[in-house]
Design a protein around this ligand. Structure first.
Ligand code: PNS
Length: 181
């Protein structure tokens, strides 16, 4: 197998433990893995492109063959422009398969030389998606264990700006009054 450059495209809004699991697995198989965040002007993401790039860079800092980049337009055009030979996508459950198959075959029609490789994240992340994480977090539910701690922190800051303030606030201890003799 040609172990060249692979691209892992997605929205990553926000990156989840499932994404990270797949990145770690992909980085072991390919020489270089480019995590490519879609710049989509039609969607209003929860996290800006800059925030998503920063989170992904922080999360993958220990993986020397993983690079974070952005793209817009056709994914296959970006992939060939960086000499990628494979597209990595995750399949969590059968429900993902239909959409992923359609996308992989369409991409193959546009660029027959690019292969799509499917990998499964750890089963404990099989129900985790960015959309559900956003929904649960927005409704005040717990997302611990579903996203990396750094992302959990960013979600808290985004949804409760007072939280950031609390973290930096100096707590003043009231001085005790001296008892009268
Ligand atoms: O994380 P997502 O939202 O499931 O990722 C979807 C993504 C970004 C991989 C897909 O929408 C994509 O490749 N978009 C770029 C435009 C494109 O190439 N469209 C044709 C796909 S068949």
């Amino acid at each position: 197998m040609n172990k060249g450059i692979a691209i892992y495209p997605g929205s990553f809004d926000p990156p989840t433990n499932g994404h990270l699991d797949l990145i770690q697995r992909g980085s072991k198989i390919f020489e270089e893995l480019v995590v490519a965040v879609l710049r989509n002007s039609e969607k209003t993401p929860m996290f800006s492109l800059a925030e998503r790039l920063e989170m992904l860079k922080e999360l993958t800092a220990d993986l020397s063959n993983v690079r974070i980049d952005t793209f817009h337009g056709l994914m296959v055009e970006y992939a060939t422009s960086i000499d990628a030979t494979c597209v990595l996508r995750g399949i969590r459950a059968v429900s993902d398969y239909e959409y992923e198959l359609q996308m992989a075959l369409m991409n193959r029609k546009i660029e027959p030389t690019l292969e799509t490789v499917f990998m499964m994240p750890a089963d404990k992340y099989s129900y985790v998606s960015s959309r559900l994480v956003r929904e649960v977090a927005q409704l005040g539910g717990p997302v611990k264990g579903l996203v990396p701690e750094a992302v959990e922190q960013k979600l808290r800051e985004k949804l409760d700006p007072a939280y950031k303030l609390q973290q930096t606030k100096v707590i003043e201890v009231p001085r005790r009054r001296k008892k009268k003799a």
